[in-house]
Ligand binder design. Structure first.
Ligand SMILES: [Zn+2]
Length: 503
């Protein structure tokens, strides 16, 4: 069966989600997980956009060897040169050159004539060929471009050596039948299309990114650009998990396969959600919390009798396992080690000991420790951001008849600081006390709390987004005590800010 190439752009377009910014280490962590997921291509970044992004693309090229590593570049020499340099150590590097071809973009954004755009596209692809073994070309805003001009530009890019032509629905304007016709038109009217790979990149502004991408496959596209959890600019991109599971579940209809190891989908989704600070909506297809939950009595009854009555996919096909062995206070090292191994973690002895210690502390507070709890513990322990500040002690007093106050004791290397403050509530008071210790003035943009697992003894997970003059960072904290989780999340954000500043 012919394969569809899965091109993941979580690290590039996904990073363009408002409020999202990855550190190099975070990009690397996601790239390694994408490698496990067996995507074919990883778009690691846009090296000319910032020194940090250049560094991240270089690091991913160096460390992640199975997928093709792609770097984005405008059709300008300095961008292409930077992309080429960042990809130098890639086993297989690809430069993705783009220039807008729609009348609106050419006139107002580029202020260039079609003839100039055509020439820049040719020069860009030609130059990129000198720096990378593969070149992909995108006529930006293709779906709003004049088809005749689109054919001309694509044909010129192929002549210059582009091996992949990507058709973006940049503003998410297209609808499935129309987008398929656009792809078919290109296949029919551009010479030598059989020699190259046609790709699509759809945005979700009207909720049709997945539908448009799948429709394009029927029209001749063989590469799909997508992101984990569908994150990306504005309403996001086509979601990888939806594309992959649609192709797998409806293989009878599409007659294509992918190389993706679907049992890594859930873990990848959680990792991206954690590192972006963007929770997955509960009813999100495939990876939402409710995607495999049956509430109606008739449905539950049916599923118990025969799962296929209401389930078109199994939870295990995306790596969502029912916990078999219950871990608790009495579980020892061996049981924990075995469970962590099954969850796909490979820890060093010292990392394992740290995880074990936290696990024991948690098991004392909770009856059962779930797989999800363990994933959080491990992530917290192996988190690569140095803990410049750490919370030693927190005490808050609140109520509707008193002024909420908080006292915190925070360690910074060998020094210990203690401060107190009052606020609108205990969390606000705690944040003010922390601000006094760090001396940083942070503006809290977003605060969210949810329980990681069910029940009254659940772990609470707090995500915060703070803004300082250095930009926006997210932080995360987990505890069975929500005030402590809130303080930890805030301190985590500050540590990440310091880390970023030092970089
Ligand atoms: Zn995009």
């Amino acid at each position: 069966m012919e394969r569809i190439i899965i091109f993941d752009t979580t690290l590039r377009d996904g990073e363009q989600s408002p409020g999202v910014g990855f550190t190099t280490k975070e990009k690397l962590e996601i790239a390694k997980q994408l490698e496990k997921l067996r995507v074919d291509v990883i778009e690691a970044g846009f090296p000319a956009s910032s020194p940090g992004d250049f560094e991240a693309v270089r690091e991913v090229s160096r460390e992640v060897k199975n997928p093709v590593i792609t770097a984005l570049a405008r059709a300008v020499p300095s961008d292409i040169k930077k992309a080429g340099e960042a990809l130098r150590e890639a086993r297989k590097g690809r430069i993705h050159v783009f220039i807008a071809t729609s009348p609106i973009h050419m006139k107002y954004k580029l202020k260039k004539t079609p003839a100039e755009v055509l020439r820049l596209a040719q020069e860009g692809v030609r130059m990129a060929k000198e720096y990378a073994s593969e070149v992909e070309f995108s006529p930006e805003d293709a779906s709003r471009s004049d088809p005749a001009f689109l054919y001309e530009v694509i044909s010129a890019a192929i002549e210059e050596g582009a091996g992949i032509i990507n058709i973006p629905d940049t503003v998410g304007y297209s609808v499935p039948e129309e987008f398929r016709a656009l792809i078919q038109g290109i296949m029919k009217n551009v010479p030598d299309m059989e020699k190259i790979i046609l790709s699509v990149h759809c945005h979700n502004d009207l909720g049709m990114a997945t539908a448009n991408s799948l429709s394009a496959i029927k029209g001749g596209a063989r590469q799909i650009e997508c992101t984990i959890n569908g994150i990306g600019e504005r309403a996001g991109n086509a979601s990888l998990e939806e594309i992959v599971m649609a192709l797998k579940t409806r293989q009878d209809f599409f007659e294509f396969s992918t190389n993706v190891n679907t049992s890594e989908i859930y873990r990848t989704s959680r990792l991206v959600s954690r590192l972006t600070g963007m929770p997955v909506q509960p009813n999100k297809a495939i990876v939402g919390r409710n995607a495999f939950r049956h509430a109606a009595g008739i449905h539950q009854d049916g599923v118990l009798k025969e799962t296929t009555t209401y389930e078109i996919m199994t939870p295990s096909s995306i790596g969502l396992e029912e916990g078999e062995l219950v871990l608790g206070k009495l579980s020892g090292r061996h049981a924990l080690k075995e469970r962590l191994r099954r969850l796909g973690f490979r820890l060093t002895d010292s990392q394992f000991e740290a995880v074990f210690k936290t696990f024991k502390e948690l098991a004392d507070k909770k009856k059962e420790v779930f797989d999800e709890d363990l994933i959080f513990i491990v992530e917290e322990q192996t988190f690569h951001i140095p803990e410049v500040y750490s919370l030693e002690y927190i005490h808050t007093v609140s109520g509707n008849q008193i002024l909420p106050t908080a006292t915190v004791r925070i360690r910074k290397k060998d020094e210990v600081f203690q401060e107190a403050a009052c606020g609108d509530g205990p969390i606000d008071a705690a944040y003010k006390a922390i601000d006094r210790v760090t001396g940083l003035k942070a503006n809290l943009l977003d605060y969210s709390i949810r329980s990681v697992t069910g029940g009254k003894d659940a772990l609470g997970e707090v995500m915060v987004k703070i803004e300082t003059e250095d930009g926006i960072v997210t932080g995360r904290g987990v505890s069975t005590d929500i005030i402590e989780a809130s303080a930890k999340a805030y301190i985590n954000a500050i540590n990440r800010l310091i880390y970023r500043r030092e970089k």
